[in-house]
Design a protein around this ligand. Structure first.
Ligand SMILES: Nc1ncnc2c1ncn2[C@@H]1O[C@H](COP(=O)(O)OP(=O)(O)OP(=O)(O)O)[C@@H](O)[C@H]1O
Ligand SMILES: [Mg+2]
Length: 369
């Protein structure tokens, strides 16, 4: 899959950019705070309709403006498609594919497949479980439309149930009412957990192989899904039984304590939990390899190579590791790589398009401002 052109309006500090002349490798260079990450974020938003660096969508609109709009042309399976996303203050995001509105988010996500390598992703092992679940959700929803609809249904029901727990706690509602919500949580939640287990299972060996390779066979990495209920056997029945067993606690705490919203992904390096035992460099290389595994998985499942976004993650890699990693990216369908100019990325790539970004203005190298 390849993006042919991107147009960005009122997104972060990018007021108006029309970017054409994209190639397989695209270098986005510029000083600090000029808009490099913002530009990659606009591509990520076109893919996932979300961002990991915002409180609300309003944060993505250029200050003092009332909307943003994004558009890109992608080439996929030999077909060209135009994807558009629009968000206005106080409105929902609206999206169009080839100028036709698509009303459901889950029918849009997957149109532009992305794997992102950014500083937040690279710190994934250190971050909170929410981020690891989010990473998994983004991966799976790009491969499965039903996953995203299950996920949004699950969160709607969860919000209703939590409201009810609050009322029961205050003696304003009957605990029997929990049954209805629990049944729905079990139904959608079990499907969510199954999809996550399958994804982890598919990533596991790829990650193990990549990590063994870069460490000369010294590092054995094992990734697993830590579920808040027993998944072996009849997972739905186990989930239900655990919710019932936790009922009193849930009422006291006014919170739902079992289900995929409480789960986590665990990384074990040479028998030890990587979160507490592995060095910074080891944690980073595990995540780089995890992301490469995600790339391979997505390619296998969808028959398309995802577009890769790389945001300045090479700041403390030595020359050898940098060359090794960049040579992997060199062979991918399309890569966007952002960094400050002193990184001298040019020497790693033979054919690439170079873009400069300054105060939110994107120019192709050699083009007049
Ligand atoms: N909604 C917004 N409206 C206007 N400007 C914004 C908005 N959100 C962020 N910015 C500004 O965009 C600028 C560029 O941010 P960005 O993260 O893209 O920089 P960068 O080029 O990646 O820099 P670095 O090399 O430090 O990572 C920041 O100075 C930030 O204040
Ligand atoms: Mg940045």
């Amino acid at each position: 899959m390849e993006i042919r052109s991107i147009s960005v309006k009122n997104f972060r500090n990018i007021k108006d950019a029309e970017v054409t002349g994209l190639k397989r490798v695209n270098l986005i260079t510029g000083g600090n705070a000029q808009g490099k990450t913002n530009f990659l974020e606009s591509i990520f938003y076109l893919s996932t309709l979300s961002s990991s660096r915002m409180k609300t969508l309003n944060d993505l609109i250029t200050l003092n403006e009332s909307y943003f709009s994004l558009r890109c042309k992608v080439e996929k399976n030999g077909l060209s498609k135009t994807l558009e996303a629009f968000y206005g203050l106080g409105k929902d995001t609206s999206v169009r594919v080839n100028e036709n509105p698509v009303s459901k988010k889950n029918e849009y996500i997957g149109e532009l497949q992305i794997v992102k390598f950014s500083p937040e992703d690279i710190d994934l092992i250190k971050r909170s479980p929410v981020e690891r679940r989010r990473n998994l959700n983004i991966l799976i929803s790009q491969m499965s439309r039903s996953y995203l609809s299950d996920l949004s249904r699950y969160h709607q029901v969860l919000a209703q149930k939590n409201k009810l727990l609050f009322q029961i706690n205050e003696g304003r509602a009957d605990r029997k009412l929990l049954l209805v919500w629990n049944a729905q949580l079990v139904e959608t939640g079990t499907r969510i957990v199954k999809a996550r287990l399958e994804a982890i299972d598919n990533l596991k060996d790829r990650l193990k192989d990549l990590q063994a390779k870069i460490s000369g066979g010294k590092e054995d990495i094992s990734i697993s899904y830590k579920c808040s209920f027993e998944t072996a056997g009849d997972a739905a029945a186990n989930f239900e039984a655990k919710i019932n067993a936790m009922q009193e606690k849930e009422i006291i705490r006014k919170a739902s304590l079992v289900g995929p919203h409480r789960d986590d992904v665990i990384f074990i390096l040479n028998g030890q939990d990587a979160k507490y035992f592995s060095s910074e460099g080891q944690q980073r290389s595990i995540i780089i390899n995890l992301k490469l595994s995600e790339y391979m998985l997505m390619k296998e499942k969808t028959g398309e190579e995802p577009v890769v976004l790389i945001d300045d993650i090479f700041f403390d890699l030595d020359e050898n590791r940098r060359t090794a990693i960049l040579s992997v990216f060199n062979g991918m369908a399309q890569v966007f790589l952002a960094g400050t100019e002193d990184k001298n990325f040019q020497k790693y790539f033979t054919d690439y398009a170079l873009f400069k970004i300054e105060d939110g203005k994107v120019t192709a190298d050699g083009e007049k401002k």
